[in-house]
Design a protein around this ligand. Sequence first.
Ligand SMILES: [Zn+2]
Length: 419
Amino acid sequence: MVGLAGPLFAAVEVTGLRVWQAPDRTRLVFELSAPGPYAAFSLSDPARLVLDLPAAQLKMTLPTAGSMGPMLKAVRSGEPAVGVLRLVLDLGAPVAFRVFTVAAVGGRGDRVVVDLYPRDGDGLDTKAPLTDSDKDYIVVIDAGHGGEDPGAMGYLGLREKDVVLNIARRLARLIDEEPGMRSILTRTGDYYLRLRRRVDIARRAEASLFVSIHADAFRSRSARGPSVYSLSQSGATSEMAAYLAQRENAADLAGGVSLSDRDEDLAEVMLDMQLDWKIEESRLLGTQLLSALATLGPLHSRHVEQAGFAVLKAPAIPSVLVEVGYVTHPSDSKRLQHLGHLERLAAALFRGILAYCHKRPGCPLPQTMSKIHVVKPGESLSGIAARYGSNVGAIKRRNGLQTDVIQVRQKLFIPAAIP
Ligand SMILES: [Zn+2]
């Protein structure tokens, strides 16, 4: 039932609703025309969550049931008292919930955010480790942004959050099919994770490495090509590094994290006794990633830049932020629309990660995996695969090849024999 029109003095209009599904929660974001008070409470039999907005009016059509995931069956509205907008969330089961407001920021208006967590799940705050295996070389891959926070916007509607998730998934696949390696994606779909949570995932998994993937915008449209950033103890090493760190650190605001939610300050992590070690390892990792990325075209910067990125603060875990290109540059943006290019980027990142591991004492991954084959006349992919005891699919993925076509003198990275 749609409520009657509120009183004429209603100051707040509810103009939109977006629903995001994450594995551990469902997030509803109500867009408001202005900040306003709210009250929330839950009801049982049947399970419901009620959000009352005094002096508010509904200026949108609520979505119909069916598309909002298992936790949320429907959203209805009513008017329990004159001028009060009541939004009723019909739930599939009892939930734990959290409601908070986000003030207008960066071109986005005021919002009321409702997070629903399964009550029996560990959604509120899990302390248990994500993994019971500490033998694998674990690479945490962080696709930047997501959900409420689209990241940078490029040509033809290209969104950073989509591009980076696509690359992250491809990279995860390459890692997972490598014996002794395992990937963990911080996000697996289109939803936002606070920066602190991304860091926590790496920390709890006792990750070997943390790689955050981005494709940003820059105020100068001539910025192009990949670059790699690591954490800095002091200032930023370039204007671009300072700019990006500031931008990325603000992502929590765009992603719908309330200011009061930012209690656990990341500064504590900076006390990390191993910071010098971590910074040096991150630089070495970044250097290997840059030389792998250089095989795809010109780099934005040949050196690993540094700045105070909040997402790179997992203690004692080498951590880098990779900008795979700039969506504000016409040709970068165009390349990032092609799945073939995303596959080549993922393959380059994978090779860089392997090369870094191989250069470190104690790398658990066998050296045989970094074989390079230069294609000679008359050779085919299947012939090369047979010769190295590998397979065509694995070679194609390692090199980011979309077809079986190879060129004479082309360098192919040959993965290890499939055990
Ligand atoms: Zn970004």
